[in-house]
Design a protein around this ligand. Sequence first.
Ligand code: HEC
Ligand code: HEC
Length: 399
Amino acid sequence: MLRHFTLYLFLLFTLIACGGGSDGTSSTDTTTVEPITVTPFVWQLPTGFPTPKIPADNPISNAKVDLGRYLFYDRRLSINETISCASCHEQNKAFTDGKKTNVGALGEAHPRNSMSLTNVAYNSAFNWANPLLTTLHQQALVPMFAEFPVELGWSDKEGEILARLQEDALYKSKFVAAFPEETEPFTTGNVAKAIASFVSTLISGNSPYDKQIYQNQTTALSDAAKRGMELFFSERLECFHCHGGFNFTQSTNHTQSVFVELEFHNNGLYNIGGTGAYPENGRGLWELTFKAEDMGRFRAPTLRNIELTAPYMHDGSIASLNEVIDHYARGGRKIETGEYAGDGALNPYRSELLVGFVLSNSEREDLISYLKSLTDWTFICDTRFSDPFGNVARNSQCP
Ligand code: HEC
Ligand code: HEC
């Protein structure tokens, strides 16, 4: 598995000594220099995790990951140099931003909650409800070029932004190293590809839950978390049906996948006026298909590091894990008054897996302990994922 390609560079120094000798011939001296080893990219995967599937048109390399990390944190990537990818995806918060919804470079509000980038390399499609976005470099082009609202603001400004990067000596060498076969490596596509390579390395699998289940550390989970795990995986609560597998989502694709899983569900957040409708700009799969049954259908995101990614849901409309449990216990959310009034539990398009249940207070605490056992501090503190420019403060809990 660990393939090592060693690139031998033979530098030939041909020393042509003009013969001053009596015989009048020239002598040629050939020197071989030590080989330079280019280390290929090697996945450092948590125990029990499959190898991500990397698209053939963007093979991963150490140089691309390195370049992508700089670009991800570089505010010069936005038109007015105010924000970077990391503005909405902070490592401290498992690459979310703690806001209900955020704004782009020009202050325009995004209608959706910033998603966690935990283990995105395993997703079969990206964003809250877009089955068409199936590679991370296509995904990166979305925030770069989005116009409604503007996120980074690349539309019509590609030349200007690329020129900025090209002027920087740091990037001159990093683009050449990342795209060694290309004579003009400073392209929009390459920016997206390098960022995608970096983002695909954001892998988290060292939480107390992982230590207990995959690493055989039998006391990693507290008794409360163990009881909560039973609840999570029970038919009574049904959480695992939609948040299943090693990554707590159904929409998974990797090198050992037998088929690509991609599911969308309406989990009963809205039912405006009893019609089943969700608010404008938050209608899920319906926004692409216009089919009634796709109203409010979203991808169930991973629950890894969920403790750190509040507020929750596609529009950040649930503030805490406690309220998430209220929502599921009721089988849907009831909004009493205002323009979104309606009972989500009665939404005609709601998934039948939203069963509703009654939990005792101690069971509720157990379930929350379990969800918190999915927090992976190694990931939050991993310096390979941190800001290479050193502008972003590290989490105070990091060593
Ligand atoms: C203004 C805030 C903002 C900025 C800037 C931003 N994002 Fe996002 N990101 C979001 C939001 C909101 C979503 C969900 C979008 C949706 O569903 O429509 C998202 C979704 C994603 C996803 C999908 C995750 C998943 O599980 O499907 C990835 C990957 C991602 N962003 C990477 C990036 C990268 C790379 C950049 C920089 C090129 C970036 N983002 C810039 C807010 C932002
Ligand atoms: C029918 C499938 C389904 C079931 C069952 C289900 N979920 Fe979800 N879950 C989803 C979907 C879909 C979303 C995103 C919905 C949205 O944003 O509109 C979600 C979102 C969440 C979120 C917010 C994630 C984030 O990043 O904002 C949490 C937390 C969560 N679910 C926990 C649970 C728990 C705990 C249970 C069991 C009590 C459960 N879910 C049962 C499908 C499901």
